[in-house]
Design a protein around this ligand. Structure first.
Ligand SMILES: Cc1ncc(COP(=O)(O)O)c(C=O)c1O
Length: 387
């Protein structure tokens, strides 16, 4: 029997927009609608809202407003960071070596692949340990005289592991190498201060923290060379051309303010729910394991591998019970594909096909966790009996 209420436990995929954010954005659709680059009154009004949003974000991140570039997504912010820096160095002939990890989101991973394959950049992909953590000493060893950029995600969308960003940042500073981090999963869950983290470029996406879809940002420290990844007019100082989504920028700023203000209490609440979920699943399901780090992990993130079970089948089983979750790997032509990240962590393929991610948020309470704990063991044992 399906429970009456649907349960959403996929907050790392996206989040519902907070009604307070919707309210803050409301005037910027049809009342204050000007193009922020127009010099007339309508443009000035939009520009003033845009600059206020930029300042709010800068105050939260502890940086200058001029260091924030609005983009249309987290993906675009990562692309701008990587291509922007790589092309700037390419132009000046000052090196072509990039250091990253094998477990980045495709927004970083595929962009680096393309820089390597089409533009001839050399790439070092650092090894990660069984929890998906980078050893900062490996970064120090990998840096060469021609290294232009290090890119390591703040926290993993797949396994929730948080990286030692400040330590890597310190090494990059000492060695004079630029450092980019994809912090898309970290907003509202970790304190984000580029100065303390030692990062030069940092990407965020509003829809991951109760803001609207279709707006992100890139923090770029002053004086970091950046060639625009898309070309056009003068918006965002020419670094990200295209008419700016003012309503989106206001929504992003409002959402960031709210999640940052509520972070201590919300993270404590979610940590309790997460730990109950992890403990309950590991205790009631044989041949199950937590993926990612047991303690250095995002407060809302629980991820698992189940021996001999396809993650996608578990997601379908949960969906039939009214519970929305996600799997780390998709089926290709009917054959279960192991999740590349889990293989990288050293999990055997028979474990790596069975990944499940449950990500908590505003929409969840204790009852939801107990409901998952009630139905998941049955789903896994039914799937195992079918093999
Ligand atoms: C770690 C990480 N980076 C980048 C992205 C891409 O963000 P967007 O959906 O805004 O393009 C995501 C989204 O899943 C993510 O989890």
């Amino acid at each position: 029997m399906m429970s009456a209420r649907r349960i959403y436990m996929d907050h790392s995929a996206t989040t519902p927009v907070d009604p307070r954010v919707v309210e803050a954005m409301a005037p910027y659709w049809s009342e204050v609608f000007g193009n922020s680059e127009s010099s007339h009154f309508f443009g000035q009004e939009a520009a003033s809202a845009l600059e206020q949003a930029r300042q709010t974000i800068a105050d939260i991140l502890g940086c200058q407003a001029s260091e924030i570039i609005f983009t249309a997504s987290g993906t675009e912010a990562d692309n701008l960071a990587l291509r922007g820096v790589a092309w700037a160095f390419w132009r000046s002939g000052r090196g072509s070596h990039i250091i990253t990890t094998p477990i980045e989101h495709p927004a970083v991973g595929r962009t680096v692949d393309q820089l390597q394959e089409l533009f001839g950049f050399e790439v070092t992909r650092l090894r990660v340990d069984g929890y998906g953590r980078v050893n900062p000493d490996d970064v120090a060893t990998a840096i060469r005289p021609d290294t232009i950029l290090v890119s390591v995600m703040t926290a993993s969308n797949e396994i929730g592991t948080v990286q030692p960003i400040a330590e890597i940042g310190r090494i990059c500073r000492e060695r004079g190498v630029l450092f980019h981090t994809d912090a898309v999963q970290a907003a509202g869950r970790l304190l984000l201060n580029p100065e303390d983290m030692g990062v030069d470029l940092l990407a965020l996406s509003a829809h991951k923290f109760y803001g609207p879809k279709g707006v992100g940002l890139l923090y770029v420290r002053r004086a970091v060379p950046l060639v625009p990844a898309i070309t056009g007019g003068e918006h965002e100082g020419g670094r990200r051309p295209g008419t700016v989504n003012v309503a989106g920028a206001v929504g992003l700023a409002t959402a960031l303010r709210l999640v940052e203000d509520e972070r201590p209490s919300e993270c404590a609440r979610l940590t309790r729910l997460r730990d109950r979920l992890i403990e309950g699943i590991l205790a009631s399901i044989p041949d199950s394991r937590l993926t990612g780090h047991p303690t250095e992990r995002l407060c809302h993130h629980a991820s698992f591998a189940f021996l001999g079970v396809e993650g996608e089948a578990v997601v379908i089983g949960l969906d039939l019970e009214g519970i929305a979750a996600s799997a780390g790997a998709a089926c290709a032509e009917g054959e279960p594909e192991p999740a590349p990240t889990l293989l990288t962590l050293g999990l055997p393929p028979e474990w790596s096909i069975g990944s499940l991610r449950l990500t908590l948020g505003h929409l969840n309470n204790e009852e939801d966790v107990e409901r998952v704990l009630d139905v998941l063991p049955g789903i896994i044992s039914r799937l195992r009996s079918l093999r």
